[in-house]
Design a protein around this ligand. Structure first.
Ligand SMILES: Cc1cc2nc3c(=O)[nH]c(=O)nc-3n(C[C@H](O)[C@H](O)[C@H](O)COP(=O)(O)OP(=O)(O)OC[C@H]3O[C@@H](n4cnc5c(N)ncnc54)[C@H](O)[C@@H]3O)c2cc1C
Length: 386
């Protein structure tokens, strides 16, 4: 990137700029250009590296548990995701999942649960996962069927979870299951389930266009101590939404990182590729496209860091986080597509950076609330404000 003047925006404190610059240098040395044949092994390795580098301290809340601060610094996790995404999509994924997978423990865990799990997450010694979605309950979370029935000091879980990132390599899962206190969203609770718990199995590994560990989980009379419940019984939906509230803005940041990388690649290509007696960047059609890309990226950055800043001040960010995620992911898709187009045939060759960005960005428009869901959230908040 040519400059990083955005780090001087009033959204940031001086330590944020220092964090970004240190991580950028670290990532260039440790994770840039890493190509994963075995994604499970690569992901485990990245989690360890990120732990050793001290970056995962930002993924959890609580200095007593090895965290960088007492609560999660949203601007820090956004800057980290943006920077890692610019260097290596799988490194961003590894960081993000440590945060999302343990977020409910940081926010709602008992003292004992925080002490048992968070330090290992922060050191990169335990891999975390977040298990909310089901085959029949994706966008419609409240349609969840996976059930947890109280039996003495335990809950007994039965059902399935799917699309679970880190499924198959995680050491523990934060699982949301129906406990039935009330119908719909008010009858769900959250639990920490260790990967080696009896009755938990990997029903299927799922291959996606940008490979990362992903699985469908099956719970068959899986016993979980009641002490591993996160928050009150029946409050699981609130736990899930509060966790997503923190991390949704960081999805926008990851999209921003992918888009910035695509623009860098496009600029390099357009200023080198000779055609018709000049270079591609000499054509006004190309310049118009570059201008659109850069403007879209800055808009995404403004929305992303506005939402992160607002959350760090303690404000409600439902609408702002949804705007950031919606805009940054959709814009990144367009920016990356435009960059790939400038590469011509080379753009679709496996292993080219623009080709991998093209695959990386796609799922971000779907997970943690698809674009249409974000639109509904924004409109609902607007209508409430009348
Ligand atoms: C790569 C990847 C990683 C994931 N990781 C995790 C994870 O770690 N943990 C986890 O719990 N889940 C995870 N998910 C699941 C993800 O959150 C769901 O895929 C998402 O919520 C959409 O659910 P669905 O796939 O069932 O699609 P559906 O709910 O069937 O939705 C399909 C499409 O319908 C449209 N739509 C949805 N609602 C509306 C509406 N109201 N009006 C109009 N159109 C609408 C959207 O375009 C949406 O994409 C992951 C998914 C992917 C692809």
């Amino acid at each position: 990137m040519s400059d990083k003047l955005y780090l001087e925006w009033p959204f940031f404190a001086p330590h944020h700029a220092a964090l970004e610059r240190a991580l950028d240098a670290w990532a260039a040395q440790h994770v840039a250009g890493a190509h994963a044949d075995d994604v499970d092994a690569a992901c485990r390795h990245l989690v360890r590296q990120l732990g050793e580098g001290g970056w995962l301290r930002h993924a959890i809340g609580g200095t007593a548990y090895g965290g960088a601060g007492d609560s999660i610094d949203t601007r820090a996790i956004c800057l980290i995701r943006e920077t890692l995404a610019r260097h290596n999509g799988l490194a961003d994924f590894a960081f993000a999942m440590q945060g999302l997978g343990s977020g409910a423990i940081s926010l709602f865990g008992s003292e004992a649960n925080r002490a048992a799990y968070l330090p290992r997450v922060a050191r990169g010694e335990a891999i975390a996962a977040f298990a909310l979605s089901e085959p029949q309950a994706g966008s419609d979370v409240a349609a969840m069927q996976c059930a947890a029935v109280r039996d003495g000091d335990d809950y007994v879980l039965n059902g399935e979870k799917t699309w679970i990132s880190n499924g198959g390599i995680a050491d523990f899962y934060v699982v949301f299951a129906r406990t039935g206190e009330q119908p719909g969203a008010r009858g769900i609770s959250a639990f920490i389930v260790d990967a080696d718990a009896a009755g938990l199995s990997i029903a299927e590994r799922i291959n996606v266009i940008a490979p990362h560990p992903l699985a469908r989980l099956r719970f068959n009379d899986c016993r979980v101590p009641a002490a591993r419940r996160l928050g009150e019984a029946g409050q699981g939906f609130k736990v899930a939404m509060a966790t997503l509230d923190v991390f949704r803005t960081s999805v926008a940041a990851a999209a921003l990182g992918f888009a910035r990388r695509a623009l860098d690649e496009a600029l390099a290509r357009a200023t080198q590729r000779q055609m018709f007696g000049q270079v591609l960047a000499d054509f006004q059609l190309t310049q118009a496209r570059l201008a659109e890309m850069a403007t879209g990226i800055d808009t995404s950055a403004l929305l992303t860091y506005r939402a992160a800043w607002q959350r760090d001040r303690g404000g409600k960010v439902t609408k702002e986080a949804a705007m950031a995620k919606l805009h940054a992911t959709e814009t990144a898709q367009q920016v990356i597509d435009a960059a790939l187009q400038m590469f011509g045939g080379l753009g679709v060759v496996s292993g080219q950076i623009v080709e991998s960005l093209y695959r990386e960005i796609r799922a971000l428009r779907i997970y943690e609330g698809a674009t249409e869901v974000q639109q509904l959230i924004i409109a609902r908040e607007l209508l409430k404000e009348i």
